[in-house]
Design a protein around this ligand. Structure first.
Ligand code: UDP
Ligand code: MG
Length: 319
């Protein structure tokens, strides 16, 4: 089979209800663009019959393949696995829930043919999300561009097209705590955004809880910045200066006016406050140490249980 011009990576976890409608909408778009395309689904350890339904699609259309994980490894890792298994000159990453309109791929490919090596979908409105979530998203982008070594285009997610050159670079980045958005920005290349409106999820519910999103945001900042570590140096210096100042004040006032043993509440407050600061700073250091630990173990990013269709031609190794 000829190497495809266009590959599409779709990470899926419990998306059985979305597979058929997605294929029905995506295939005509791809056929209009080029005869040589492929779709690689990455089944992220779905306990439901997602994989079986993908196999049905793959039997009907041999240009559809799949990689199935041995368990749930998370969307970021699923994307990494997809990048390892596609062969296209241009690679599109999209969600399975039809929140990323397949028709946008035509606009992506047009930009790619114009010479852009990275084309990202940029969501224009986040009105489907709660105010709090939007507020946090905005805060995150601001923090990231302030502290991170790179800046992220706001509203750009995983829905994007990446040229083969970019894909090869991304594949060399083997970090375990993967923050794809940051990695896409880190590799650079001539990039552009195409605005799009996020549609409602077709079936099922999002698997991103608030806790997961927070974790994800911290992961993002921690993998691209050491500011959370350095901030304690500055804070420590500031606190030391304050304590020297108060010590001087107490010394002078005791010498001048004698002592009447006051200050028990202030003692307790400062004691608890500084214990808190110490624990917090230790916690932040712990987060980074944990990341170092995850990296030095050098475990593979994912374990493949099965490869279906074209994905099996690319690799036959265990992982
Ligand atoms: N997904 C995945 N592994 C996971 C969770 C989600 O591969 O552990 C996939 C999911 O099937 C979907 C995409 O990632 O295709 C986006 O997930 P979701 O719609 O839950 O996220 P949201 O759209 O809310 O960002
Ligand atoms: Mg979604």
């Amino acid at each position: 089979m000829a190497s495809p011009e266009l590959s599409v990576i779709i990470p899926v976890h419990n998306e059985s209800a979305n597979i058929a409608p997605l294929c029905a909408r995506l295939l005509p778009v791809l056929n209009r663009l080029t005869p040589v395309w492929e779709i690689i689904f990455v089944d992220d350890g779905s306990p439901d019959d997602t994989l079986a339904l993908i196999k049905v699609q793959s039997l009907r259309e041999p240009r559809i393949g799949a990689v199935s994980f041995s368990r749930n490894f998370g969307k970021e890792v699923a994307i990494a696995a997809g990048l390892d298994h596609v062969r296209g000159d241009a690679v599109v990453i999209m969600d399975a829930d039809l929140q990323h309109p397949p028709e946008m791929i035509e606009a992506f490919v047009a930009k790619w043919r114009e010479g852009y090596l990275m084309v990202y979908g940029q969501r224009t409105d986040r009105s489907d999300e709660t105010r709090v979530k939007r507020g946090f998203a905005h805060l995150f982008y601001r923090l990231f561009s302030r502290f991170g070594e790179i800046s992220l285009p706001e509203g750009a997610g995983d829905f994007r097209l990446i040229d083969r050159k970019g894909v090869e670079v991304l594949r060399t980045l083997g970090e375990k705590a993967r923050f794809s958005k940051g990695l896409y920005a880190w590799i650079g290349f001539k990039s552009t955004g195409v605005p799009f409106v996020v549609e409602d999820r077709l079936h099922g519910t999002t698997q991103w809880s608030f806790r997961k999103l927070f974790r994800f945001a911290f992961d993002g900042i921690a993998s691209f910045s050491t500011v959370p570590l350095r901030v304690w140096t500055y804070l420590g210096t500031l606190i030391s200066i304050c304590s020297i100042a108060t010590a001087t004040y107490f010394l002078v006032s005791t010498l001048l006016f004698g002592t009447d043993l006051p200050g028990f509440p202030s003692l307790i407050v400062s004691l608890t406050f500084f214990s808190g600061v110490q624990l917090l700073s230790l916690g932040i250091i712990g987060e980074y140490v944990g990341r170092i630990f995850a990296e030095v173990k050098r475990r593979p990013l994912y374990v493949v249980a099965e490869r279906v269709g074209t994905a099996a031609e690319v690799s036959t190794s265990l992982v």
